[in-house]
Each structure stands twice: as C-alpha cells, then as structure tokens.
Design a binder for this molecule. Structure first.
Ligand code: NAD
Length: 382
C-alpha cells in the first residue's frame, strides 16, 4: 500500500507542476488570428467515424456551393483531412496521430465530424485532445426555440475541469480510484470574458454562472469568484450564480426558462446540460457547436458518431442539421457573414417555416442528401 501511496504522491507532484506551467503559458502566449488580414483561409474538413463521413460530405457540398466565388478566387481553400478515424488512432495508439495533427495545425479552422471514443483503456478522446492541442477554450453552443422564446447561448469551458486530466487519474486496485478536476485563474478568466463579451455585443443583459460551488468549493468556488471579477467590467450585465442541479431543472421548467440568455460554466456541467438543451430544441441532431481559441477554431456537431445507425444500415438517414449549424457558425467566425446569414435563414425555412422533409433517422424520413439538396435549393431562391 505504501508503494501505491508514494507513486500517487509523485504523480500528483508532476501533474501539479505541469498544470502550473500550463496556466503560466496561457498567461504569456496570446496569438490571435485576424481573419480579415489573411490572404487565404484554409478550412480543414475531418470526416470522423460512424455517420461522420456522411454528414460531413453534405457540409462540404454546402460549403462548395456557398463559397463558390471565394474558392475560385483562391481566397478560401477546402482541405480534406483523412486519418482522424478510430482505426488509425488505435493503430497509432494516439488520440490524434502526429501526421494528422500537423495537417490540422496547417489549417486556420476545422470543420470536424463526430469521432468515436472508446470506453475505458487509455486512448484519449480525439475531441479532448484537439481542444487541448489547439487551445480551443470556449465551447459555444447556441440553442434556439423561437416559439417558446428560448434563445440561449452556452459558454462551456473546454480545456480544463474534469477533462484536462481525465485519462490520468490514480487507482489503487480493489480499493479506490481518484480523478482530478483542475480550474486555473487564466483558464477561467478567458472563458468568462468570452461569455460577457458575447453578451455585450449581442445586447444580452443576463449571464448565468453555473457551478456546484457549494460542494466543489475549491475548483467551482474559484470559477464563480473569477467570473464575478470579470463581470465587474460589464456593469450593464447582471451576473447571477446558479447551481447546476437547479439549472438542469430550470431548463425544463417552462415558466422560467425563457428568462435565461447566456450561460458560462465549467467543462463537465457544460457538456451535460448542453445535450439537455439540444433535446429541448429538437434533439442532438439539430445542434452545432463552436470550439474557439485565440489562434484556431473548430466547429462540430454536438452529438457523437451514432454507431448504431451505421450497424443498422441507417447512416444515410442521419440528420445533417447539426453539421450545417456548425458550418454556419464557422462562416460567421471567418468573416463570411453574408453566407452565414443566408444559411441561417434557409435552415429556418427548411426546418421550421416550410419543412418539405422530415428527418427521422430512419427510412420513413428524408435522407441526408435529400435534405442537403432542399437546403441549397432554398438558399438559391433567397
Ligand atoms: P451519439 O450522439 O452518437 O448518439 C446518441 C443518439 O442520437 C443515438 O440514438 C443516435 O442514433 C442519435 N443521433 C446522433 N446523431 C444523430 C444524427 N445526426 N441524426 C439522427 N440521429 C442521431 O451518442 P453515443 O451513442 O453516446 O456515442 C457514440 C460515440 O460517439 C461514442 O464513441 C462517443 O464517445 C462519441 N461521441 C463523440 C462526440 C464528438 O465527436 N463530438 C460527441 C459525443 C459522443
């Protein structure tokens, strides 16, 4: 037992040293991409696993259609990145094989389809690795249900919390297991600033800081405190503390939920509650998300690779809306606002105002391609 304890203490020492260095690096290194100043923007498209290649192919078709002129003029390049597959990741025993990571880093932004993560073992999630490698600290997930006056934007901290050391816990066989949760000053301040800046720019007056600071006193306590510190620079915005348990209930409480506007929250709570929010909007297949860093950004569906759809031969009926929403967020981020607005308008028409097709994920609904065609046809009529 003594050996296990000594080993664990040593491991904790090295994790602590590493995390302190990470926090310092965040404080020192700031390299912000200004898309307006780039002579060419390279968009990398990763096909992923399961239904990933099917829905990302639709997004590529959509981008070729929307960015025809920019691509022809060489201002934008669409670059396919092969190899972010579970087979290759297992073969290399790496969350992102080195050659794939190098290709990703040679792009300015990434449109990424879902990737499979194995349960157990030591192979880390490709998503978690990409968010860390590209320092994509803000996971931004909008959820909108106009009929119910719901217009939420979630700012989930994306690089720390339970995830940063999620595959590096400590276990003493047959006795106990420890995982680590990390909150840093810089890591919290930058996500808080992103949320309050968004609120200010979009005329929102309320930011909910969602934690479990009554129980996770150190990590969540610090998160809440630092969010309030940042909030002091935004006096026109009300910063409210909420606990994650009651906020989870509030999202399904029709009497109160429309009062919320912007949410800022640590990694794990953000991961869970945004799936709940997406379900309120119509299911995980309807929600996209942005993973924003200062230098890079990655856009993706919020759901996974839906392996059962593939096993049952239903991949072609997957809902591509999640990837289209991610595409819309990406276009906005790189400065193609007109194309993003067109896509947003057409998506509203095709899913709410005049839905010609219903996507059920099964043969009684439309295929991914039928819906893609309808969307492009709608855009060309705008
Ligand atoms: P999932 O999101 O893949 O599937 C959940 C349910 O939603 C399933 O019933 C599925 O059929 C359905 N679904 C998902 N996307 C759909 C779409 N576009 N159209 C229609 N139906 C859709 O979740 P899971 O089964 O828990 O995870 C499968 C794999 O994906 C796991 O390996 C998991 O780790 C991984 N995953 C990856 C990401 C990512 O890459 N961002 C996110 C979540 C899960």
């Amino acid at each position: 037992m003594e050996n296990y304890i000594n080993e664990a203490v040593e491991k904790f020492r090295s994790l602590l040293t590493e995390q302190i260095a990470r926090e310092r690096k965040m404080e020192e290194e700031k390299c912000v991409t200004d898309f307006e100043k780039l002579s060419k923007i390279v968009i990398g498209i990763c096909g992923g696993d399961g239904i990933g290649p099917i829905i990302s192919a639709e997004s590529r078709r959509l981008l070729e259609f929307l960015l025809k002129d920019e691509i022809a003029a060489g201002r934008i390049e669409l670059r396919t990145i092969e190899g972010l597959t579970i087979e290759k990741r297992i073969a290399h025993n790496k969350a992102i094989p080195d050659d794939v990571l190098a290709e990703i880093k040679a792009c300015n932004v990434i449109l990424k389809a879902p990737t499979t993560t194995l349960k157990g073992g030591t192979l880390e999630s490709a998503n978690v690795a990409m968010r860390r490698e590209l320092d994509l600290y803000a996971n931004v997930r909008p959820v909108c249900v106009p009929d119910e006056n719901i217009d939420w934007t979630f700012f989930r901290e994306n690089t720390e919390g339970e995830y940063v050391l999620g595959s590096r816990g400590v276990a003493i066989p047959d006795t106990l297991a420890f995982d680590f949760k990390v909150t840093t000053k810089e890591g919290t301040k930058r996500i808080a600033r992103a949320a309050f800046e968004y609120a200010r720019k979009n005329g929102k007056t309320n930011v909910a800081i969602v934690t479990k600071a009554n129980i996770m006193k150190k990590t969540d306590g610090m998160f809440s405190e630092l969010c309030h510190e940042v909030a002091a620079d935004y006096p026109e915005i009300t910063a409210e503390d909420w606990y994650i348990d009651i906020m989870t209930a509030n999202l399904v409480n029709e009497r109160v939920r429309s009062r919320f506007e912007v949410f800022v929250l640590p990694n794990l709570y953000g991961d869970i509650i945004t799936d709940e929010a997406a379900q309120i909007q119509g299911g995980v297949g309807t929600a996209g998300s942005a993973n924003i860093g200062d230098r890079y950004a990655m856009f993706e569906a919020i759901h996974g690779s839906a392996p059962r759809m593939i096993e049952e031969g239903r991949g072609m009926y997957a809902n591509p809306t999640s990837m289209f929403k991610a595409t819309e967020m990406m276009l906005s981020h790189i400065g193609c606002k007109a194309q993003a607005d067109k896509l947003s308008k057409a998506l509203r028409i095709c899913t709410e105002e005049a839905p010609k097709y219903k996507i059920t994920g099964r043969p009684d609904g439309a295929t991914c391609t039928e819906f893609g065609d309808y969307l492009m046809e709608t855009i060309s009529k705008l």
